[in-house]
Design a protein. Structure first.
Ligand SMILES: [Zn+2]
Length: 294
């Protein structure tokens, strides 16, 4: 069932979104400069691997960092009869799909049901059948979604829905390749994504290009989540071992339903709710800026 973003916001229990976020000119300029810097950087190679190795690395990451709770899962869905069970997110089936241009392709197969107890259920994870070392990062991203997306209250704002998935993707990338090959590949991808989305959303707000309302909301979600994920990751990256442990144990509390992402963000940065352009003060922290220019 395909449902609108506003209906998803309601069903996932996020706060209602009023108005559309529009990136300010200063943010667009910052991202543009970082993109120029990135274009001139020499990238290190990313190697091919197997789906077994990629998911093994993802599973090992979750086993050592987090205490995952079971999530609702549908095995078969025939007509109006469906059978829901609760399984560990790491046991969700994986379906390979061919996506030539998307090195980090991953998606969580989600169903919205007219079921009071289980309004959101998962069916499995799609991963690019062209498997590289970055597939572990995509897998980690989707497992993080599976752990949080059906847990009402874990994330309060729709615009923050990608923060922890992107954060975990960066943490595993930093662990898998000490020389930062994977981290730099992900950074490059996100900077280019931010550059395109910021410029498009800005032009959309000026009426210069057309876009559906749902696409504009999704673009805003990725911009805000990217920025906040990197602001949080810079705290982790430059943080002491105890700061790193603190952030991970906080995320464990969120996954266990005992805290929210917004409370974690509030400890590290200005995290005002973003709804309209006049309120938007979204920016990379000095630490995140230092990280991107390292
Ligand atoms: Zn995501």
């Amino acid at each position: 069932m395909t449902i609108s973003i506003n209906e998803q916001i309601y069903r996932r229990g996020y706060k209602t979104v009023y108005g559309l976020y529009v990136p300010d000119f200063k943010l667009i300029q910052t991202i543009d400069k970082l993109k120029e810097l990135d274009t001139n950087k020499k990238m290190n190679p990313i190697h091919r691997t197997t789906i077994e190795d990629a998911t093994h690395d993802g599973r090992a990451f979750f086993t050592s960092f987090y205490d995952l709770k079971n999530v609702p899962y549908i095995k078969h869905r025939l007509f109006k009869k469906y059978q829901i069970s609760e399984i560990n997110p790491l046991d969700l089936p994986i379906y390979p799909v061919k996506k030539r241009d998307e090195i980090c392709f991953g998606a969580l197969l989600t169903e919205f049901l007219p079921n009071k107890e289980y309004p959101i259920v998962f069916q499995g994870i799609l991963l690019n059948s062209i498997v590289t070392e970055l597939t572990s990062c995509s897998y980690t991203h989707e497992i993080t979604h599976a752990s949080l997306d059906a847990l009402k209250g874990a994330i309060k704002e729709y615009y923050n829905a990608e923060v922890l998935s992107i954060f975990n993707e960066l943490v595993i990338a930093s662990i898998l390749a000490k020389e930062e090959r994977l981290l730099r590949a992900l950074d490059s991808r996100r900077i280019h994504e931010l550059d395109i989305l910021c410029k498009e959303l800005y032009l959309f707000s000026k009426g210069s290009i057309s876009k559906s309302k749902d696409d504009a909301l999704e673009d805003a979600k990725y911009i805000i989540s990217d920025i906040r994920a990197y602001n949080l990751f810079a705290e982790y990256y430059y943080g002491s071992n105890s700061t790193k442990e603190y952030i991970i144990s906080y995320i464990n509390r969120i996954i266990n339903g005992n805290s929210s992402l917004e409370e974690l963000l509030n400890e590290f940065m200005d995290n005002k709710s973003i709804s309209t352009n006049s309120e938007s003060k979204l920016t990379l922290t000095p630490k995140a800026h230092k990280y991107f220019t390292r």
